[in-house]
Design a protein around this ligand. Structure first.
Ligand code: CO
Length: 145
């Protein structure tokens, strides 16, 4: 496994619009992407872009509002109704190689690589195998983000 850039921190919220207002009004965010629905994960999602070096986008906050109570994020919020940190996402150069490497180390990869909110392949690794943190592994986007 070759650790890459921390792409984003996933934050679950029961109210996406209220969370966007929080990041704008309290945290001073000036660059928040337009929310959209990611059907495959049953979430409404947007990104708070933190500034990176020299005009680039730094690590993002991914805000996740469940579109269904029965979805993974919906169930997660049952225990944390105010929301909170849901996962951390790191980039890797090759998603399939990374999956093989995690599995070779006995880590539980949750499902096959699939297209995530950035339009690039992702998978999740079980928090019990990752020091208690649900970890998203994402192939580095080819451009932008
Ligand atoms: Co994510």
């Amino acid at each position: 496994m070759k650790l890459g850039r921390m792409n984003h921190i996933g934050v679950a919220t029961p109210d996406l619009d209220a969370s966007i207002a929080f990041y704008r009004d309290v945290m001073g965010a000036t660059d928040v992407t337009e929310p959209f629905i990611l059907e495959s994960q049953q979430v409404r999602v947007c990104f708070v872009n933190t500034p990176g070096e020299e005009g680039t986008v730094g690590t993002q906050v991914e805000l996740l509002e469940p579109t269904s109570q029965d979805s993974p994020v919906g169930k997660w919020l049952e225990n944390k109704p105010y929301g909170g940190q849901h996962h951390i996402c790191y980039e890797v150069p090759n998603i399939h190689k990374a999956k093989e490497e995690f599995e070779a180390m006995g880590k539980r990869v949750l499902g096959e690589p699939r297209i995530g909110a950035h339009g690039t392949p992702i998978f999740f690794v079980h928090p019990k195998d990752m020091n208690g943190i649900l970890t998203e592994i994402m192939e580095t986007p080819k451009e932008g983000h």
